[in-house]
Design a protein around this ligand. Sequence first.
Ligand SMILES: Cc1cc2nc3c(=O)[nH]c(=O)nc-3n(C[C@H](O)[C@H](O)[C@H](O)COP(=O)(O)OP(=O)(O)OC[C@H]3O[C@@H](n4cnc5c(N)ncnc54)[C@H](O)[C@@H]3O)c2cc1C
Ligand SMILES: NC(=O)c1ccc[n+]([C@@H]2O[C@H](COP(=O)([O-])OP(=O)(O)OC[C@H]3O[C@@H](n4cnc5c(N)ncnc54)[C@H](O)[C@@H]3O)[C@@H](O)[C@H]2O)c1
Length: 483
Amino acid sequence: MNETHEDQAGSTYDVVVLGAGPVGQNVADRARTAGLTVAVVEHELVGGECSYWACVPSKALLRPVIAVANARRVDGARQAVTGALDTARVFARRDHYVTDWDDSGQAKWVKSIGADLFRGHGRIDGPRRVIVTSDQGARRTLTARHAVAVATGSRPQLPDIPGIQEAHPWTNRLGTDSSTVPGRLAIVGGGGVGAEMATLWQGLGSHVTLLARRNLLPRLEPFVGELLAESLSRSGADVRIGRQVTSLTRPDPAGPVTLTLDDGSQVEADEVMFATGRAPNTHDIGLDTVGLTPGSWLDVDTTCLVNGLAGGWLYALGDVNHRALLTHQGKYQARTAGDAIGARAAGSPVDDAAWGDHATTADQHAVPQVFFTDPEAAAVGLTAEQAAGAGFRIKVVDADFNAAQGADLYADDYQGHARMVVDLDREILLGVTFAGPGVSELLHSATVAVAGQVPLKRLRHAIACFPTVSEIWLFLLAAYRRE
Ligand SMILES: Cc1cc2nc3c(=O)[nH]c(=O)nc-3n(C[C@H](O)[C@H](O)[C@H](O)COP(=O)(O)OP(=O)(O)OC[C@H]3O[C@@H](n4cnc5c(N)ncnc54)[C@H](O)[C@@H]3O)c2cc1C
Ligand SMILES: NC(=O)c1ccc[n+]([C@@H]2O[C@H](COP(=O)([O-])OP(=O)(O)OC[C@H]3O[C@@H](n4cnc5c(N)ncnc54)[C@H](O)[C@@H]3O)[C@@H](O)[C@H]2O)c1
């Protein structure tokens, strides 16, 4: 059951990592760099949800949809893009990026860093011990001298609605690995998954009905969801905000599904997808053997050490700690925690003060996120509502992208909006949000400004090139001065 290198150090390791998604792989790498021996346990595919059913396949599928939408925004190019997407080629492109759901390349990488990979389901069995059970039922005990790092990720959270099981709903799994386009697709949930999946499947030719009980992308500034709802509607999707599903019926599993909504109306579709949030993969990892509650999100300190557990040996990284369910943020936690584990094992000082080498301070102040919708949505830090709620004295500054000539040259009649939230006491940025074509690549400038707490007086000297979409910064800063 194990794919170990020949001189494997028995079944005692410095660090045992549960889950070989992007986060598990990164903490393993960092612990190896610190000179520690590492075992990695994986019960499905090395690479995790991110590589096979989330970030990678969804972005591989979305890219052609967005590329065509952007070409159609440019006169002269528009005339060259007249046909429908070649869905067979789009799915083939996705299959390439998920390596046909074959994880041998990533398994090889785990071994290349000098970690030992154990295939099977990992369960904690008391402090510093993990039992791995293979598909064939063989058990192996792994003991961790210094740390067990839980990076088991999350799975879809389905609401308890009558008829949901019989409806055989899609989740992010079929939403990213299907190679057929349903004629009509109903999507429940308007968060990141629902918004991207609606963009994707409408773009691939489904007629999408998107049912959201609140604004779309409700964690971002409200203008983002409004622009997205308008754009999806323009593309032919039926977007219903403020609606809930009360029941589903699907008498024939191969036939259509009918959703009944809270206003009594019904939606018939060929498939229904639930994108209603995530639950942590902690229900069956032995948390009860160390006094923690199975199925709970794991509460951690700034080094990702689980709070309230004696001995300082259990770390939780990535989706399972519920800080920010994003691959890049989980990998940041993994780099930080891996270094902290290394420092603690060596008896070296741990720098866990704010913005220190062993602190995940950005989790609180500067989480960047991009939704690959049309228009793209990109945000870092706090929204105006969050900043005001946290007690900051703020100024909210807005600008439309079409003020910037660079944006108009990028896309004729560029539709997009930007907002920055200024901390008036320190004159730094607390948050920045962009919505518009191509803004995903603009976000890092805002992330540097927010994480770096760059004074606005200095930001004035960070000049955006003419004529680029980044010129939006000039208009945001000018609006701040004017007001
Ligand atoms: C549709 C969709 C699109 C997304 N797009 C993006 C995006 O574009 N950008 C972004 O930053 N984030 C995106 N996310 C979020 C991102 O997928 C997660 O934040 C990320 O996968 C978390 O990484 P992880 O390593 O914590 O968990 P996972 O990727 O879920 O990996 C966990 C691993 O642990 C294994 N495992 C679980 N339990 C056990 C056990 N007991 N024993 C052994 N192995 C176990 C699993 O099999 C899995 O391989 C998206 C999510 C979804 C659903
Ligand atoms: N590009 C990206 O970075 C990207 C893309 C997709 C997802 N993600 C991340 O993955 C995580 C999971 O995304 P998600 O969209 O599944 O979760 P989410 O929590 O972001 O959104 C779920 C949405 O479903 C709604 N909802 C919950 N129960 C409902 C019900 N019974 N009926 C109708 N609506 C209901 C919620 O109000 C919420 O708006 C998020 O943290 C997200 O940021 C990231």
